[in-house]
Write a protein that binds this ligand. Structure first.
Ligand SMILES: *[C@@H]1O[C@H](CO)[C@@H](O)[C@H](O)[C@H]1NC(C)=O
Length: 340
C-alpha cells in the first residue's frame, strides 16, 4: 500500500485502466470497504466519459496533492477573468461546492445569497466548483455556464471521496486567477448564507489585514472513526493521530486570501487524506495557524427552523433545503431586527 500511497500523481489517464483493477487493488488494500458506497467507484464509471476529452479523468482517492498534482487537473470550464473583470480584486470570493447535476440548487443560490451585488460597495464574486458527474447520462452543464459564466468544472469525478480535491482545486484557482482576493469562503450549496452578516460582522470587524485569518464552526478533539462502514472512516495507516487537529466544519469556512495560498502550498507537502475538513485542519496545524473562533453560534451546523430575526444573527445555517431557501429569502431581507 505504501508504494501506491507515496506515488506522486495518483490519477489514471484515459483508457481501461481507469476501472476495475486499481479500484479493486485499493479497495482490497483498504479492507475492501472504504469506497464501496461511493457510486463513483462502480465499474461502469470507466466508460462514462466522452472519449474526446483528453484529461486525467479518474482519480483514485484519496488523492495526493504533493508535487504538482492540483496542477495536473484541467479546468474544463473556467472563467479566468472573473476576479479581474471590473472594480479590482474582490473582497470576498465565494467558492460554492455543488455537483454538475445540481442546476436548481445553483439557480436558487444565484437568486439569493450568491447574488454578487447585494452589499453595496463590497466586491463579491461567486463561483460554483464541480467535478464530472459519475452518472454517464448526465450532460455537462455547458448551457448553464454559457448563460451565467460562473461554473468551474475540473476533470475528475465528483464523488464523496473527492471533496478534498474539489476544495483544493478551488484554492488552486485562487492562486492562479484571484490571488489578491481578501477573503475566500468555501461553502457547500445546502446552506443559508447571510452575506451582510458575514461581511459586516465577521470580516470587516477587527483589525486589518489579518493574513492568517480563518473562521467558521470549529471542531476540537475529534477522534478518527475506526468503523469501516462509516462515511468518515479513517484507515489507521492513513493517519496516526489519536485526535484530529482543530478544524473547521466542512460545510463552510472563511479564510483570508493569503492563508488560502499558504494552505494550498503546504497541502502539496502534507500527506493527503480524503476528509476535506480534517485535511485543511492538518494543513493549518503544519502552518502553525490557529483557528479564530467567531462569536459563539454564528455558524450553526445542525439545522434550524427559519425565523427571520434568528437567522439575521447567523453568518450561515447548515443544512437548509434550496426550495425552502427560495421561499424564505424575500422575508429574510425585510425590515429590521431588534439587535441590528
Ligand atoms: C441581485 O441583486 C440585485 C440588487 O439587489 C438585483 O437587482 C438582481 O436582480 C439580483 N439578481 C438575481 C439573479 O436575483
Amino acid at each position: 500500500m505504501k508504494l501506491i500511497w507515496n506515488h506522486p500523481v495518483l490519477e489514471i489517464f484515459l483508457g481501461t485502466a481507469c476501472g476495475g483493477l486499481l479500484v479493486l487493488l485499493i479497495g482490497w488494500s483498504r479492507g475492501g470497504r472504504m469506497f464501496s458506497e461511493d457510486p463513483g467507484w462502480s465499474p461502469r464509471t470507466k466508460d462514462m466519459l466522452n472519449p474526446d476529452l483528453k484529461f486525467p479523468r479518474c482519480v483514485l482517492v484519496p488523492v495526493l496533492l504533493d508535487g504538482k498534482s492540483t496542477q495536473a487537473f484541467p479546468f474544463l470550464l473556467n472563467h479566468p477573468d472573473k476576479c479581474s473583470a471590473s472594480g479590482g480584486a474582490p473582497f470576498l470570493l465565494m467558492l460554492v461546492m455543488t455537483r454538475p447535476q445540481d442546476r436548481f440548487l445553483r439557480e436558487a443560490i444565484r437568486h439569493t445569497w450568491g447574488n454578487e451585488t447585494t452589499i453595496p460597495g463590497v466586491i463579491i464574486r461567486c463561483l460554483f466548483i464541480m467535478g464530472l458527474s459519475s452518472d454517464p447520462s448526465s450532460p455537462r452543464p455547458l448551457e448553464e455556464d454559457e448563460k451565467h459564466k460562473d461554473l468551474l468544472q475540473v476533470g475528475f469525478l465528483d464523488t464523496h471521496h473527492n471533496q478534498a480535491l474539489k476544495t483544493f482545486m478551488g484554492l488552486e484557482w485562487v492562486a492562479r486567477y484571484c490571488p489578491r482576493t481578501q477573503y475566500v469562503l468555501k461553502v457547500d450549496g445546502n446552506v443559508v448564507l447571510n452575506p451582510s452578516f458575514l461581511v459586516q460582522q465577521t470580516l470587516k470587524s477587527g483589525q486589518h489585514p489579518r493574513p492568517d485569518f480563518i473562521t467558521g464552526c470549529t471542531y476540537r478533539n475529534r477522534s478518527p472513526i475506526q468503523r469501516q462502514s462509516h462515511p468518515r472512516y479513517m484507515p489507521p495507516d492513513m493517519l496516526s493521530h489519536t485526535t484530529y487537529p482543530p478544524h473547521c466544519c466542512s460545510p463552510s469556512y472563511v479564510l483570508s486570501g493569503l492563508l488560502a495560498l499558504k494552505v494550498l502550498s503546504i497541502a502539496r507537502r502534507v500527506p493527503a487524506i480524503h476528509l476535506e475538513d480534517v485535511f485543511v485542519g492538518l494543513c493549518l496545524h503544519h502552518l502553525g495557524v490557529e483557528l479564530i473562533l467567531g462569536p459563539p453560534d454564528i455558524f450553526p451546523m445542525f439545522g434550524r427552523s427559519y425565523k427571520r430575526c434568528d437567522f439575521r444573527g447567523f453568518a450561515l445555517v447548515h443544512p437548509f433545503k434550496h426550495q425552502k431557501l427560495v421561499q424564505v429569502w424575500p422575508d429574510f431581507q425585510k425590515g429590521t431586527c431588534p439587535l441590528e
